[in-house]
Design a protein around this ligand. Structure first.
Ligand code: ADP
Ligand code: GLC
Length: 475
């Protein structure tokens, strides 16, 4: 089939990125186009984004809550994927990231910003203002788009809707006056509707009002139906369990390809992995001011410094790192206290611990290639991308057995541990040290990881199958 699919997300490469959602909102629509679908991306024109839209031309103007907004159409890259960018500088053209200002504080009007985005998605999907192309299906992502499911659910005829949870912990919960300002129907203010513990929830709207729900791994799909991972929405998810399935993300195999990665010190493939990884390890150690040594196991960490990612557990096992003669290369930003604590650790052991606070694409690639092991002690992880990059780069991932980590790392390609606490990480480190002492075993594990296929086409096939069951006009 060549169904028309509108894929809407609050961040999407190459226009914006704060996390894995942006990677997915770029790579999945491309994979859908490759699978023969007529897919388009709809996202927001944050500051500077229009410069990255190729062949940009005005598509239409929309009235959203009394504001005149512009929509631009263009192409994303050579793949032929088209993008629509919602442009309204007073709301979206500010300094800072999509969700926070330059000081790291949430924009005070996020309910309004993403409420308007959601309404614009619904309007465009319904084909107002003479736009000829109308989707048969709208694929919504995370809370920023949740209210679009509500608006579409109240329209007829309408396209089918799929809502994907990338992270249930971020829900978009706001107060009653925001609900009123967004013109939401009063009957939606109800515990069985979008009311949520005294406020209202964009995420809950997405879960209740879409035709199907997905999340980014089968294990996370199960976990979020339990109180431990359910973020107070486990009850809703249990009721809607029949509509919910997990589909594991892929990785962008062009950007993350050790055989042709321009950011590496040396490229390599399965046949040259030994010398390639050695050169990248030495290059990374030298760049970061670590002792240049083949004999010391080098661990990498890349990610947001948030409780989810469990970086604090690495601080708790400092002595285990030291006893094993290990080195750590950490790249991340987020919690200011954690940033400081890691900097302090690095300053006491500069030969062994290198900490880079910030966002750095080049260093991320070099850590993936240069490290012997890659640490992901996430407390929960809906999917996670770095553990897949690691396997592709012949680096052994060390992961908490949860969510997408459990679904993408096996005992044959990585080290899994059961408890996201200091004891769990210590156990995993001791396994890593044993493995490092037996290079033949380490090499075999790394080779099995490199041989795995994480191509997006696998996920795209599952989405196409899901869409096929849904994509007919709803009366
Ligand atoms: P999440 O979306 O929860 O942050 P993912 O693993 O899905 O986690 O995606 C994170 C993405 O962001 C990966 O592509 C990762 O390499 C990248 N990333 C995270 N932090 C940094 C950083 N400080 N520098 C460079 N890339 C980063
Ligand atoms: C979220 C999750 C992460 C997932 C990403 C893309 O940010 O935290 O696990 O990989 O979305 O789906």
């Amino acid at each position: 089939m060549s169904a028309r699919v509108l894929f809407a997300a609050g961040e999407a490469l190459p226009f914006s990125k704060t996390g894995g959602l942006a990677d997915v909102a770029y790579a999945l629509p491309r994979a859908l186009v490759r699978a023969g679908l007529d897919a388009r991306v709809l996202t927001i024109a944050y500051r500077g984004a229009l410069d990255r839209l190729r062949d940009a031309r005005p598509l239409t103007e929309l009235d959203v809550r009394g504001q005149r907004m512009r929509v631009w159409e263009g192409t994303v890259d050579d793949s032929g994927l088209r993008a629509w960018l919602l442009d309204h500088p007073p709301l979206y053209g500010r300094a800072g990231s999509p969700y926070v200002d330059e000081h790291g504080h949430e924009h005070g009007d996020n309910a309004w910003r993403f409420g308007c985005f959601s309404e614009a998605i619904a309007k465009l999907a319904l084909g107002v203002n003479g736009v000829g192309w109308r989707p048969q299906l709208v694929h919504l992502n995370d809370w920023h788009t949740g209210l679009a499911a509500l608006w579409l659910g109240r329209s007829a005829p309408r396209p089918a809707t799929v809502f994907t949870i990338h992270n249930l912990a971020y829900q978009g919960v706001f107060a009653r006056h925001e609900f009123d300002a967004l013109g939401l129907p009063p009957e939606e203010w109800h515990p069985e509707a979008v009311e949520f513990y005294g406020g209202f929830s964009f995420m809950k709207a997405g879960l209740l009002r879409s035709d199907a729900i997905t999340t980014v791994s089968p294990t996370y799909a199960q976990e979020i139906q339990t109180p431990t991972f359910g973020e107070r929405l486990d009850g809703v998810l249990r009721v809607r369990a029949g509509m919910l399935r997990g589909i594991v993300n892929g990785i962008d195999a062009q950007t993350w390809n050790p055989a042709a990665d321009p950011l590496l010190f040396q490229t390599y493939d399965g046949g040259t992995v030994d010398s390639g990884k050695r050169a990248n390890k030495r290059g990374l150690q030298a760049q970061l001011g670590l002792e240049v040594s083949d004999a010391r196991p080098l661990f990498g960490f890349i990610g947001r410094l948030a409780p989810q990612k469990g970086a604090d557990l690495l601080l708790e096992v400092r002595e285990a790192f030291a006893r094993g003669g290990a080195q750590l290369a950490l790249l991340g930003a987020g919690d200011r206290g954690l940033e400081e604590a890691f900097r302090a650790w690095a300053s006491t052991a500069p030969d062994s611990v290198a900490v880079h606070v910030g966002y750095d694409e080049t260093l991320a690639h070099r850590i993936e290639a240069g490290a012997d092991f890659f640490m992901m002690p996430s407390r929960y992880e809906p999917c996670g991308l770095n553990q897949m990059y690691s396997q592709r780069y012949g680096t052994v991932p060390i992961v908490h057995r949860t969510g997408g980590l459990r679904d993408t790392v096996s005992d044959l390609t990585g080290i899994l541990f059961d408890h996201a606490d200091a004891g769990g990480v210590r156990y995993a480190l001791s396994r890593a040290f044993e493995l490092f002492a037996e290079p033949a075993r380490l090499r075999a594990m790394s080779a099995r990881g490199m041989a795995r296929d994480f191509d997006w086409s696998v996920a795209a096939r599952q989405y196409v199958e899901l869409y096929e069951g849904l994509a007919r006009p709803r009366a």
